[in-house]
Ligand binder design. Structure first.
Ligand code: SF4
Length: 373
């Protein structure tokens, strides 16, 4: 199967069918004349469809598939070292104010035990920076592969791995530790599909600067026999309309490749020594989530505690995963909420509470969290 063919928004637009239909349901018909990306553009931009209408239709479609059931995983940053230099990120290489940390074997095992036995979650997402040079990249893949195996042995049943773009050799190093049956999800957020904005934020000469390698990592992952992928955009880096459209283009390709897909669309958050703030309003944000949920309810959205509780409450009926936790290094404690220090975290979350507290609140909103408790 061919790799994903990148197209710019401008060139996509010249070929797209952009005449909005009379009603939303046209987009979901078996013989709909619209591709996923065309439908996303029309739903997000057309004044024919109100936010309330899109939200209600999306909730219906999601409920039809998942009822009131959700899954969960908590992020586990195993280090805040990074060789990349993304402008929006506290972990970037040039940030001399960051207190660098590294979690070794016993720290990672402790963290997994706290998540499993104290927070009672069976979902974890390993996160690192992205590194320079084959040795460092393979060592990182080996280290996180080992962590994933430990998590599987402890009974975790929803595992994400967010360690940057990977080539076939790095994927082989990582996946030696588990099998496709373990359904490990690879998270590689393109962040923005706009090449110029990508270069503006991710720079030119860093490991994460390679836009095309990042874009094709899922194809390498699927070629290696894995199936579970988690594409995403970081809203606030570029025009959200364009990123939504090109994300859906990518999702379309991954669906055709038979992938099992979770989608992330977080908004930018404050981070150490950064001046970037998300310009995506709450109204636009909910409209973007609802558009995705309506069009691909079989590709559950991931909601994190980057968002404040009120926004989480609005988004809950649209998502399939709630991801509470802290982007500080090995942050989970037996008897306290995790820290989220500006000096050692990738960014600051809006809702810092123990994962179990957030998940308890989720159940009070009448949702069942299937891999918690
Ligand atoms: S976004 Fe990721 S790759 Fe970029 S500087 Fe931060 S941790 Fe490193």
């Amino acid at each position: 199967m061919k790799r994903f063919e990148y197209t710019t928004f401008e060139s996509w637009k010249t070929k797209a069918n952009l005449n909005p239909p009379e009603d939303l349901q046209t987009f979901t018909k078996r013989n709909s004349p619209f591709s996923l990306s065309e439908a996303a553009y029309l739903i997000f931009t057309s004044t024919k469809f109100s936010n309330d209408e899109i939200l209600a239709a999306a909730k219906d479609r999601v409920h039809g598939i998942r009822k009131n059931k959700l899954l969960t995983f908590s992020p586990l940053f195993t280090t805040n070292h990074c060789d990349s230099n993304c402008l929006m990120c506290g972990m970037r290489k040039s940030n001399t104010m960051m207190e660098r940390k590294f979690a070794g074997r016993s720290a990672i095992i402790d963290q997994l035990n706290i998540l499993r036995k104290v927070e009672k979650t069976r979902g974890v997402g390993f996160v690192t920076g992205e590194y320079e040079g084959s040795f460092s990249r393979n060592t990182n893949a080996f280290w996180i592969g080992w962590g994933i195996k430990e998590a599987l042995d402890l009974g975790f049943n929803l595992i994400f791995c967010n360690i940057g773009s990977l080539d076939a050799g790095e994927i082989a190093t990582l996946t030696e530790w588990f099998t496709p049956k373990d359904k490990v999800n690879l998270s590689v957020f393109q962040e923005t599909y706009n090449l110029e904005d990508y270069e503006r934020f991710m720079g030119k000469d860093y490991p994460k600067s390679n836009f095309m390698k990042r874009l094709h990592t899922f194809d390498e992952w699927i070629d290696a026999g894995q199936k579970h992928v988690n594409p995403g955009i970081l809203l606030g880096l570029s025009d959200p309309k364009e990123d939504l459209v090109l994300l859906m283009n990518h999702v379309d390709h991954l669906k055709k490749r038979g992938a099992h897909i979770y989608i992330s669309a977080p908004r930018l958050r404050p981070a150490l020594q950064t001046s970037h703030r998300s310009l995506v309003s709450d109204t636009d944000y909910i409209r973007i989530l609802a558009t995705i949920a309506f069009l691909v309810p079989d590709c559950p959205l991931v909601l994190t505690t980057r968002e404040p509780r009120e926004m989480q409450q609005q988004a809950l009926p649209l998502v399939g995963i709630v991801s509470p936790g802290s982007p500080d290094v090995a942050p989970y404690k037996k008897n306290a909420k995790p820290p989220n220090r500006l000096e050692s975290s990738q960014f600051l979350v809006a809702d810092l509470a123990r994962p179990s507290e957030i998940l308890k609140w989720v159940t009070q909103q009448k949702f069942k969290v299937q891999n918690w408790g």
